[in-house]
Design a protein around this ligand. Structure first.
Ligand code: SF4
Ligand code: SF4
Length: 349
């Protein structure tokens, strides 16, 4: 597979955060500094990403809105022609902030909602009343004319609320709800993982909901197997795992990794420019070629070329991104059983 430029880059601008989510992929926490991108380096990075032809830049964290210079960074990225999006837990979104985000030309704000009730969401995000604040922020942003996506990560504790979340996101004014697969390279660990069969049932339900809710709210998902269950041309836009192919992540340590939940450094921006890493990093070339997957259920799977399996799930389970996908609900039986349970190794504690 070849792609001259990434469609989108997720940039971890800071590890400071005002929530303490159990499943955070950055292990972010309040007062985490000095792990953040300096303003000077940030502005230079925006130039590099724009020059590289990146389409979408997702300003991530930690909580991006905790950066004193978030407006400057968003403004500069928009001015350079990038489609700017960022994720927020909603705690800092006020009416004034929402209007400013709209004024800056931010293309989309993703608000995380991992439960359709305060009890479930607050327990995951570990801040009292964060559910109310997140709901309020979806409303404020939508009312200000900002396009809002609600982000939902299914875990053992919130699987049952999937359908309720679609309805809630719609009522709050969100334009889209997106389901992102939970991978335990995050600090949540293996205990939060749904079973492959539960995940399969959920993705099936979710793809059907996309039809049911059409015209009211866009119901979208991230799962490498989805092209295998969608009918006809609906499957065409999906090409399985896009790690290091359609996207990558940039960490606070200036490392480039193939995916947000795959903590495998392929180069460092203190040593090389972004374009050079994207074009030449051996690990990126390796991960783009699915024939490099040589063991486990994916290696012998007839869907390998179309799906590829989640490379982050393989890394989480085996400490090796080129083995089977233990989360597969289509061909789970061949998954290997032994191996280390790897935690997020890139963030110093
Ligand atoms: S075994 Fe791997 S390649 Fe086959 S469907 Fe499952 S995840 Fe995809
Ligand atoms: S490794 Fe691939 S399938 Fe897994 S979350 Fe990343 S892009 Fe998706």
């Amino acid at each position: 597979m070849k792609l001259a430029k990434p469609l989108y880059v997720v940039w971890e601008t800071t590890l400071d955060c005002n929530a303490r989510c159990i499943h955070c992929y950055s292990d972010a926490i309040y007062g985490r500094g000095p792990l953040y991108w300096s303003q000077e380096d940030s502005l230079e990075l925006i130039e590099q990403l724009a020059d590289a032809g990146v389409i979408i830049l997702a300003m991530s964290g930690g909580e991006f809105l905790l950066r004193p210079d978030w407006e400057l960074l968003a403004e500069r990225a928009v001015a350079r022609g990038l489609q700017v999006t960022f994720a927020t837990n909603g705690l800092l979104v006020t009416e004034t902030t929402a209007r400013r985000i709209k004024q800056l030309g931010v293309a989309n704000v993703s608000v995380s909602l991992d439960g359709a009730t305060a009890k479930v969401h607050d327990a995951i995000r570990r801040v009292p009343h964060i559910f109310d604040r997140a709901c309020q922020s979806v409303r404020l942003l939508s009312d200000a004319g900002v396009r809002v996506t609600v982000n939902y990560t299914p875990m053992r504790t919130n699987l049952a609320q999937a359908e309720d979340l679609i309805e809630l996101a719609y009522k709050l004014g969100a334009k889209k709800i997106n389901l992102t697969e939970y991978v335990y390279t995050t600090r949540g660990g293996v205990g939060l993982m749904p079973l492959p069969s539960e995940l399969g049932a959920l993705i099936t339900l979710w793809t059907k909901a996309a039809t049911t809710w059409k015209g009211r709210i866009e119901v979208d998902w991230h799962d490498c197997r989805v092209a295998l269950i969608l009918p006809g041309v609906e499957a065409d836009p999906y090409n399985g795992c896009g790690a290091g192919y359609t996207h990558c992540r940039i960490t606070v340590n200036h490392d480039v990794t193939p995916c947000v939940v795959l903590p495998l450094p392929v180069g460092n921006l203190r040593e090389q420019r972004f374009t050079e890493i994207w074009r030449t990093a051996p690990e990126l070339h390796r991960i783009r070629d699915r024939t490099n997957i040589r063991s486990g259920n994916c290696a012998s799977c007839k869907h390998l070329e179309r799906c590829g399996g989640c490379r982050a799930a393989s890394y989480a389970r085996y400490g090796d991104a080129y083995r089977g996908d233990p989360t597969c609900w289509i061909s789970p039986d061949g998954a290997e059983v032994d191996g280390p349970l790897i935690a997020n190794q890139m963030v110093p504690s």
